[in-house]
Design a binder for this molecule. Structure first.
Ligand code: URA
Length: 244
């Protein structure tokens, strides 16, 4: 493909910005300064650097995002902003997709990957990958709620009926007006956490996913920020959690 197209796909700027960078001698291909933004490069094999920084174009990419509120977990949407809009276009071009979804008003840890097997593993209830959420609700929480979560709640609401798998509820603060808790669930049905609290007469005011498997959301990522994740972190995703 053309060098300027590759640089734009890699998120280094618009076509005209990356052409400017080539004109200014900031881009090298296989060690030699590139003079022609239209030169052909092999995206998978050429070593392309900008300002001495090597740009990678690997086949499988995994991204950790702190999904902000107000953004849809979808590949694309005609009207609303999606999580894919927060990434350089290259990631969509490489087949990177959200693995699972968070509601529009939920924030926190979202994995996007072009590895379909990994996505399946994270989502399949058979693998029981735990997901930990921080939650704020509109009233008190107590030991009875904890026991009900641990026993497995029966959900019966306007979205349907199911028996939720046992979940661990840890109460962080409780008052008659508002409470905070963390909850660990091993399934991911539609509005799962909101419906579990709904079954206890509580409305979720704020929901944030903190952890998937043993992989925690990087606290350095503000809502809307993302970074690629390492192979070591991928292993954490699918390995058993260590508690504490
Ligand atoms: N449970 C919910 O209710 N919403 C989410 O976004 C995630 C889990």
């Amino acid at each position: 493909m053309r060098l300027d197209r590759l640089l734009a796909l890699l998120g280094e700027g618009t076509r005209s910005q990356v052409r400017g960078a080539v004109r200014d001698g900031r881009v090298t291909v296989n060690g030699a300064v590139a003079h022609d933004a239209g030169m052909r490069v092999d995206a998978a094999a050429s070593r392309v650097c900008m300002d001495g920084r090597e740009l990678s174009y690997r086949r499988v990419r995994h991204v950790m995002m702190n999904k902000p509120q107000g953004v849809l977990t979808a590949a694309r949407d005609r009207l609303a902003q999606t999580v894919m809009d927060l990434l350089p276009p290259m990631y969509a071009a490489m087949g990177c997709m959200p693995a699972g979804r968070l509601d529009k008003d939920t924030e926190g840890l979202l994995i996007l990957t072009s590895d379909g097997q990994l996505a399946h593993r994270l989502l399949s209830p058979r693998h029981e990958v735990g997901k930990v959420y921080f939650v704020r609700v509109d009233g008190p929480l107590d030991e009875e709620d904890q026991a009900a979560f641990a026993a497995g709640l029966h959900i019966h609401d306007s979205d349907g009926e199911f028996d939720a798998r046992p979940a661990a509820l840890e109460i962080l603060a409780s008052s008659p007006q508002e409470s905070e808790a963390s909850v660990r669930v091993i399934e991911g049905r539609y509005h799962q956490v909101k419906r579990m609290f709904g079954a206890r007469g509580r409305r979720v005011l704020f929901l944030k996913r903190l952890q998937i498997g043993a992989l925690k959301l990087d606290p350095a990522l503000a809502p809307g920020q993302w970074r690629e994740i390492t192979e070591e972190e991928i292993r954490l995703l699918i390995q058993e959690e260590t508690h504490g």
